[in-house]
Design a protein around this ligand. Sequence first.
Ligand SMILES: [Zn+2]
Length: 158
Amino acid sequence: MFSGIATASTGGLSPASPSPAPAKGAFPIRGSVTWGDGLGAGRGHQGQDLLAKCTRPVVAAQTGRVRLVDYQADGAGNYAVIRGTSSKFDYVYMHMLRTPEIRAGQLVKAGQRIGLVGSTGRSTACHLHFEMWTRPGWYRGGSVSNPTPYLRKWGSAR
Ligand SMILES: [Zn+2]
């Protein structure tokens, strides 16, 4: 969820590095972004906010199987959870403009468009809230990992 642009561009970097995610991946937004709050951010923030214009394409960071596509008015807005096939993570994309363009069970490739940047749910600006969860996954007993180092890696490879 978004509650302001963080001054520290990387947010709260966790010293305990998560189990390794793939070095290769697609940055989840096409076009320019501004880095918002990272993990923690003094408010239990569970991911990395990436601010971008609404309607910018959101793409899958990693190839995976869509676990869930849903809407949560008081939180995630239009969101999708994708289980990475070559990594031990669930990847979560929140606040998309409309219902994501994918459905549960579908296989999506890294770089494939899954929706559009929006500001649905508990959000006050156009942005993507991106989370990474270890197995067994998002709200299935997994735990939050810090996505920021991976996003930086995938972003610099653009
Ligand atoms: Zn957020």
